[in-house]
Design a protein around this ligand. Sequence first.
Ligand SMILES: [Zn+2]
Ligand SMILES: [Zn+2]
Length: 204
Amino acid sequence: MTQNIKSFEEAVEFHGHSCPGLAYGYKAAEYALKELFSGRSQDEELVAIVENDACGIDAIQFLTGCTIGKGNLIFSDYAKQVYTFIKRDSSDAVRLVQKDKTSMGDFDAKTGELGDKVFSNTATDDEKKEFFERRNIVMKKILEMPGDELYFLKHIKPEIPQKARLFKSHKCAKCGESVAESRARVENGQIVCIPCFEEYSRGW
Ligand SMILES: [Zn+2]
Ligand SMILES: [Zn+2]
């Protein structure tokens, strides 16, 4: 193996804290990279499609080099724990779906219960402390698990979605700022941007 996959510690540095969400994303990226470049260095470009925008996406950006800014990370707002990685040369692609039995409560019922309390602001300080300790243990467990215990992975037809087109821009009739034609709205026959348009439509 000549693959050089960044460490979880480095991903934590990038993300700003360690959390189970980051661990899940780390495992997804690691599993996909191993599957797509088994035994070869990971120098080819990838395109990633992520179906949620939670903590794990930072690990995916950091490990795979697929980033919003470069345009090779596509965010589909479906609130699903699903990740697709496509090789730019169209030779291979994988789709990962997180397995059902891998939520925190499934690892440890007590952690799940405490989590419900913490996130609904009904936990005592002791319960909070216990939750974060237990959550840390769950996170370590996730990191130690093989990718195929956390995700279903399937090789799929490598189809790269069309690149973002460049659109003409217009000045918003209300705020005067520029907006791309693809995202512009029309209000009383004039072109406006989304924030100005929503202000108008609110409460009607
Ligand atoms: Zn996080
Ligand atoms: Zn505007």
